[in-house]
Design a protein around this ligand. Structure first.
Ligand SMILES: C[S@@+](CC[C@H](N)C(=O)[O-])C[C@H]1O[C@@H](n2cnc3c(N)ncnc32)[C@H](O)[C@@H]1O
Length: 303
């Protein structure tokens, strides 16, 4: 059988067996089979990229491997953990169970943060950026690749996530433009080197309430680290700490930008207003009109 015939046969076999999650819109029957096929051929790419790559013929061993990878997927192992690749902001990241799989919806945050970074580097020439709760390092690394005038400090409380970020830094960046640290939010940065010096803080924090975390789809809850989701009883524990602590690190007129869960926008905006430290408090919505990103600038009068 040739490539087209094998592909069609697998397509028919899997049509009613695979499930796809709303928060991974890039995954469908065709992109999944293509990504698994390319991984079996030793050419791993993300589901997003697989759509544009033509499939090579597979030898007998590679066909066996493809069947094994299909079995993993049918057992609900996330596609990105099988291929070890996930696209974010057009960049191919290494992904594995050490950290959350970067989501398409987080590109709303990535794009806003990149836009703010360009505003800063246009006026100052360069920018110092924090990516806290960095996971696989996707936000900080994509900002550094797409705005080379940024120096990025990434951090995460999970040692495993930090190790994965380090591998993505080696894979995707040059010139020590991105560094990563294990840190409980800002704890490793409490020094004069960082206080009042940061131009942009970007964060995709855990923001799902503990009660909802246990009810998540098993593909997520059985595979991705719970630490990436659990935002405490009301879901906003880390966000509250982020808003309280970031002014200490932001330079005057520095920006804080972060992702929020659906329905959290109004509450979070009020929290920012209450501090009397931030100005230009604003938000970005998704295609359904939900606030998904909140951003604010530290007042120029505060040190
Ligand atoms: C929603 S994931 C975001 C990962 C990545 N930035 C992204 O956008 O795909 C949240 C991350 O926050 C980390 N985290 C949870 N609590 C933390 C804390 N107190 N301090 C630092 N990182 C934390 C988790 O380990 C996880 O990697």
């Amino acid at each position: 059988m040739n490539v087209t015939e094998v592909f069609s046969k697998i397509n028919v076999e899997l049509k009613d067996k695979l499930q796809f999650l709303d928060d991974k819109p890039e995954e469908n029957l065709e992109s999944t089979i293509k990504a698994l096929w390319l991984a079996a051929a030793g050419l791993p790419v993300s589901a997003e990229k697989a759509g544009n790559v033509s499939l090579p013929e597979l030898n007998e061993d590679q066909l066996k491997k493809l069947n094994k990878l299909i079995d993993f997927r049918l057992k609900n192992i996330p596609l990105a953990y099988i291929t070890q690749r996930q696209s974010f902001m057009g960049i191919e990241f290494k992904a594995d169970k050490r950290a959350l799989i970067p989501r398409k919806e987080t590109e709303i945050l990535g794009k806003k943060a990149l836009e703010l970074s360009h505003i800063i580097t246009k006026s100052k020439g360069n920018a110092i950026v924090f990516d806290v709760c960095c996971g696989a390092g996707n936000l900080g690394i994509s900002i550094s690749c797409l705005n080379t005038k940024c120096k990025v400090y990434a951090s995460d409380i999970s040692e495993e996530a930090v190790a994965l970020t380090r591998e993505n830094i080696e894979l995707l960046t040059q010139n020590e433009q991105v560094k990563v640290f294990k840190s409980d939010l800002f704890s490793e940065f409490e020094s004069n080197k960082f206080h009042g010096k940061i131009d942009l803080i970007v964060c995709n924090p855990p923001y799902i309430s503990s009660a909802k975390v246990v009810k998540m789809n098993p593909e997520i809850s059985s595979n991705e680290p719970v630490l990436a989701f659990d935002g405490g009883m009301l879901g906003v524990k880390i966000i509250q700490k982020l808003i309280a602590d970031s002014p200490r690190f932001l330079a005057p007129q520095g920006w804080l930008v972060f992702e929020v869960g659906v329905g959290q926008g109004d509450f979070v905006i009020k929290l920012l207003q209450k501090t009397l430290i931030f100005q230009k408090i604003n938000s970005t919505t998704d295609n359904s009109g939900n606030v998904r990103v909140v951003f604010a600038q530290k007042s120029p009068l505060l040190n």
